[in-house]
Design a protein around this ligand. Sequence first.
Ligand code: NAD
Length: 505
Amino acid sequence: MHRDKSVTTVLGHFIDGRHVAGGDRFQPIFDPATGLSSKSVALADKLTVEQAIASAQAAFPAWRNTPPLKRARVLSRMKTLLEENADKLCALITAEHGKVQSDAMGEIIRGIENVEFASYAPQLLKGEHSKNVGPAIDSWSEFQALGVCSGITPFNFPVMVSLWMWPMAVACGNTFVLKPAERTPSSTLFVAELALEAGLPPGVLNVVNGDKEAVDTLLTDSRVKAISFVGSTAIAEYIYSTGCAHGKRVQALGGAKNFAVVMPDADIPNAVSALMGAAYGSCGERCMAIPLVVAIGNEAGDAVVEGLKAEIAKMKVGPGSDDTNDMGPLVTRPHFEKVRSYVDAGVASGAKLVVDGRNVKVEGHEGGYYLGPCLFDHVTPEMSIYKDEIFGPVLGVIRAASLEEAMQMIDAHEYGNGTCIFTRDGEAARFFSDNIQVGMVGVNVPLPVPVAYHSFGGWKRSLFGDLHAYGPDSVRFYTKRKTITQRWPSAGIREGVMFSFPSNR
Ligand code: NAD
């Protein structure tokens, strides 16, 4: 129970088109820029989550039978409302996550692109038809809604990641229960209000705030047919195994440790600029961030380290609400302490700390969770700063002798979310993208996050499940195929009794 007297706002849940309370446990929400808390969020108990599921279950029959074009029009209106309210959403994200507002706007725009793609669902749901598969027999496959679907999201993209999920799910005729991260619930609740304003009937999208109790209820309730999860690998694995054991369709996207390879022939200044944003943008709290660079040869390694050092010296760290800042604070104090302890561990393990961000102070914001950009050189595979996902502004440079050696390192790592190569050599780039064991690859593109009409997903321990998030895969994830074969007997082609298996013999 939160006992801070300064707390003025208590955030609840959004069920059946209304804000409701629910649960007698609460968690404070801190502004990472100041370390102060003026809000808390209710943690839903089992009963509250069951109310949300019941609301979604009740809304399903009518929504499933709503013509796809009418469902799509709601999403078109949703796109407009999100655009009109983007500034307010940015402020909500920054106040709880800490990221700078231009970065928050980037996630909102990428999220809106998912809403736009979901508004094309009538075209994507058209199915497949074959005439005369047998004598006067026609057959078609259609893609039917599953029922109640659920999404569980991480703190780092509170608007975008939830927009990967529910817009396509509802466009396909499903209803939805969304469980945002406890640390960043406000923007998600506001998006749910906008969805109602856009014309989504009450109960089609419900939001429950909460922790493990809420998630476990969603994982085990037989009315929930599918779960999309995005978060850390340990929880993704738990969600996947528990959800599957309860007969649900599950896609669980996990953590990452993405490598960039810099070839000796690369345009180094261009690579350095790209690496700066990829490593330190959003304070490194992105699953597609680049925390490791493998430089091929010492000449490239030295040039990259010198270039990064020079660019880091120009960076401005401070509250995300001031858009002249390049990097805001980390999300919470425990996360700040964890990231800082990785920097200590890197030093203790013998990596060379070229830039030390541990003593950054932001005037007037002494209670904020600020860690300056950190840069290590001579990182090696046995170090924890190499092995673990740190999720902070810590970039490590590794030296390798060849592209093959770099690729072996990347393939041996437990994660396989994203990677990129900087080079002018088309043959090397093609060899790299053909063979690397990673789900999303960039060539001179540091953050190869697929656009809304492709799908997003990593390999290895970065994704559990068969279908990737959003894009074409999401239409398949949120629907089940039904194949119907029909014949209308007519006098000319009446068949007698037949005991052999029907075929076109
Ligand atoms: P997290 O795993 O701590 O939390 C994610 C969600 O799981 C939250 O909604 C949380 O309430 C819930 N959860 C946490 N512990 C749980 C438990 N024991 N049982 C059931 N549910 C639980 O992740 P986070 O810290 O919010 O987000 C950062 C992580 O997300 C990073 O690892 C990052 O790489 C990953 N991420 C991955 C992608 C991707 O697309 N692969 C995208 C964004 C973030």
